[in-house]
Design a protein around this ligand. Structure first.
Ligand code: EZ4
Ligand code: CO
Length: 402
């Protein structure tokens, strides 16, 4: 029997921070798992290094389900992003190892394909409407079939989700950037530019929009209703989801499809959303929702209620997560769409072997395991840098209450 021999926590920042777990067995097989929790990276690194690594040494790497239960139930403290990201990293690394030992890509271990490729959506954004339209045009030319559109609200210093440099990166400052926000200004502005996108480019592609949890339920209901004719693929995170019941009110007022779950990390966090059919797409992903083992459980529950998948895939999810997500996505019957933003060239030097992107679809590697390798030498050139997500303040100076 092979045993887990080495557990390494690797931190690198090739344009942004990534925490990666590498497990090596006594047979010399290695597996990778992403452990990146944007803005709270070192908490997960410590959880893995100080609390999980000592428990993993000597265990049988074959026992993935048992290891998941042992780490989750054994913690006593349940759920939460730090715990679930740490467990996810272990889980994904063990799936990678299992695939390498079996000589199969992970998607084969999960039952094999349900589809030819994984439909992705990209991020178009603009500091004004014209630059957003240019960006949409560029992504259309590159063959993307689904596009998220965000434009900066005029007069507001911080409109979350808008690219300012060459790469979209909301965690861009050494301390949290405090940005002004006005719901009224946003609600007056956003439906108009989404309409302009449809006017200019028509309905022959999927159009998405991310509200980033910035509306109350009744405001979200009004927003959803006001864009119904634009036939959005979804409106994302219309309101925070700690209170799952809040989505019922939105649901009662609009047929605009609803997606949520990128900040949620367990099946319990999405249970009412799914079983009461309050959402159309669940956005939990491998890295923050307990790995492949737990994510499949969420997706299977969702399938019973005609809720489709739409996993988070922003820049803070490493190429290890992209690969793992695509292995899962290609197999699940109720797959909906996968977010894909891509990474810096430096990131792809550290993580080699990402899924292939063609005509707006991602294709998993057929190499055994996940198909991603980590280059320690390149990674060492990019030390950790403190980076935080912004905080929004209302015009009266208070931290926003959503
Ligand atoms: O705010 O990944 O849909 N994508 C998003 C992202 C998230 C960041 C947070 O770390 O909303 O931009
Ligand atoms: Co989002």
């Amino acid at each position: 029997m092979a045993t887990i021999e080495r557990v390494e926590v690797l931190v690198t920042s090739p344009g942004r921070n990534f925490v990666t777990l590498r497990i090596t067995t006594s047979d010399g097989v290695t597996g990778l798992g992403d452990a990146t929790l944007n803005g709270r990276e070192l908490a997960v690194a410590s959880y893995l290094e100080d609390h999980l690594a000592p428990l993993l040494a000597g265990r049988d790497p074959d026992w993935i389900e048992d290891t998941w239960q042992y780490l989750y139930k054994g913690a006593y403290w349940r759920r939460g992003p730090v715990t679930m990201t740490a467990i996810a990293a272990v889980d994904v690394a063990l799936w990678d190892i299992k695939g390498k030992v079996a000589g199969m890509p992970v998607y084969q271990l999960l039952g094999g394909r349900s589809r030819d490729g994984v439909l992705v959506y990209c991020h178009a954004s603009g500091t004004d409407v014209e630059s957003l339209l240019d960006d949409v045009a560029a992504y259309r030319e590159r063959g993307f079939q689904a596009i998220r559109a965000q434009a900066a609200v005029p007069g507001l210093s911080g409109s979350y989700g808008v690219r300012t440099g060459s790469l979209y990166e909301p965690a861009a400052t050494a301390l949290p950037d405090e940005q002004a926000w006005s719901t009224e200004a946003y609600l007056d502005f956003a439906p108009g530019y989404l309409a302009e996108v449809r006017e200019r480019f028509g309905f022959g592609f999927h159009l998405l929009h991310d509200v980033h949890h910035r509306l109350t339920p009744i405001e979200a209901a009004r927003f959803g209703r006001s864009v119904e004719e634009l036939r959005l693929f979804w409106m994302e995170d219309p309101t925070p989801a700690e209170n799952q019941e809040a989505f019922r009110l939105i649901r009662q007022h609009t047929t605009t499809p609803i997606a949520t779950g990128e900040v949620l990390n367990s099946i319990w966090d999405v249970k009412e959303l799914i079983t009461e059919q309050l959402i159309d797409y669940v956005r939990t992903t491998v890295v923050h929702a307990g790995g492949i083992t737990h994510l499949r459980r969420i997706f299977d529950l969702a399938a019973l209620y005609q809720v489709r998948t739409g996993s988070h895939g922003a820049t803070d999810l490493s190429p290890v997560t992209t690969a793992a997500a695509v292995h899962v996505d290609i197999t699940v019957p109720n797959f909906g769409i996968q977010e894909h933003m891509g990474h810096t060239a430096e990131t792809y030097e550290v993580f080699r072997g990402s899924p292939r992107l063609e005509n707006g679809m991602l294709h998993p590697s057929d190499a055994p395991g996940l198909g991603v390798e980590y280059d320690d030498e390149v990674a060492a050139r990019f030390p950790y840098q403190a980076r935080y997500l912004p905080v929004a303040r209302r015009l009266d100076g208070s931290v926003h209450d959503w």
